[in-house]
Write a protein that binds this ligand. Structure first.
Ligand SMILES: NC(=O)c1ccc[n+]([C@@H]2O[C@H](COP(=O)([O-])OP(=O)(O)OC[C@H]3O[C@@H](n4cnc5c(N)ncnc54)[C@H](OP(=O)(O)O)[C@@H]3O)[C@@H](O)[C@H]2O)c1
Length: 265
């Protein structure tokens, strides 16, 4: 396994990480999750990614049970959560979502409980919150760092301008700004990573932990003929994902990518 520093920080993460979105609780049980996380860990994966909204908190609970069972040294792996969407779905009350100080701090406490850890290594703002001043979010994240409840904080799907604003606020207060951004990055979605974020990488030296590298599996070619049984684009509750990905244009692009010599893709 190769390891790379996360942006300008000293944290070293494995090139491949392990995410639990869709699969934990919805596709696999504790036994399979233990087997898969064990395999990943034994092959050098040191970053396990999660979020409060995944399976409405059940994904973190499952990962927490696996981590506890494995008895890995806490210093040997990193675990993340993401705050913004809440975990109560349609039952979310007004302060149970977003990036206010209240939800950031409470969301962190709840994620630590579900994951059964004393601190989160990485904590992401899962989306920008247009209703909360960025200053409030940056200060709340810094508070959690000072309290030792999170070690690094970052963003996911923020614009370059929003990330730079968070950096500016952190510099103004001389506190800790975002270390990483988690954007979608695959052959369909290249704009942010390859264009918009260039100044963010150069000037703020933000690191990335990207998501959906295979476009939810579409890029594996598995959907070219039909939707295979048990795959996520055929799952109940994921019709929106199917609608987003499965259309003639995308399928034609997958066919095209797959016909190119490997060195070009
Ligand atoms: N920050 C965010 O907003 C955000 C959003 C999404 C994800 N994430 C994170 O990023 C992680 C990865 O995202 P992702 O799950 O969308 O990644 P992905 O690599 O695009 O999709 C993974 C899925 O593709 C299918 N697949 C992969 N390889 C395959 C193969 N060789 N043959 C057949 N099917 C294959 C499997 O799904 P099936 O078996 O179900 O078909 C697999 O679970 C998530 O777990 C989560 O931690 C973050």
């Amino acid at each position: 396994m190769q390891y790379r520093r996360l942006g300008k920080s000293g944290l070293k993460l494995s090139l491949l990480s392990f995410g639990s979105w869709v699969s934990f609780h919805k596709q696999i049980d504790d036994k399979k999750a233990t087997e898969l996380m064990g395999l990943a860990y034994d092959h050098g994966v040191n970053f396990f990614d999660n979020a409060e909204i995944y399976a409405l908190g059940e994904s973190e609970r499952m990962m927490g049970r696996v981590i506890k069972k494995m008895k890995w040294e806490r210093s040997s792996y990193c675990v993340s959560s993401k705050v913004y969407f809440g975990w109560r779905g349609e039952q979310n009350k007004p302060n149970q979502t977003g990036l206010s100080r209240k939800h950031i701090i409470e969301g962190c406490h709840e994620a630590m409980q579900r994951l059964q850890v004393d601190y989160l290594d990485l904590y992401f703002c899962h989306r920008p919150d247009k209703e909360t001043p960025i200053e409030e979010t940056v200060l709340a994240m810094n508070t959690l760092i000072q309290q030792g409840k999170i070690l690094y904080w970052g963003t996911s799907e923020w614009s370059a301008a929003e990330i730079m604003e968070a950096q500016r606020v952190a510099s103004e207060y001389r506190i800790i700004g975002p270390t990483m951004e988690q954007p979608q990055y695959n052959l369909f979605e290249r704009e942010k990573m390859e264009n918009e974020y260039l100044t963010v990488f150069r000037d703020a030296r933000i690191g990335t932990t990207i998501w959906s590298p295979l476009g939810s599996g579409l890029l594996s070619g598995k959907y070219l003929e039909k939707v295979p049984k048990g795959s996520r684009l055929g799952m109940k509750g994921f019709e929106w994902l199917n609608e987003r990905w499965l259309n003639p244009t995308n399928l034609a692009r997958v066919k095209n990518y797959r016909s190119l010599p490997q060195k070009w893709t």
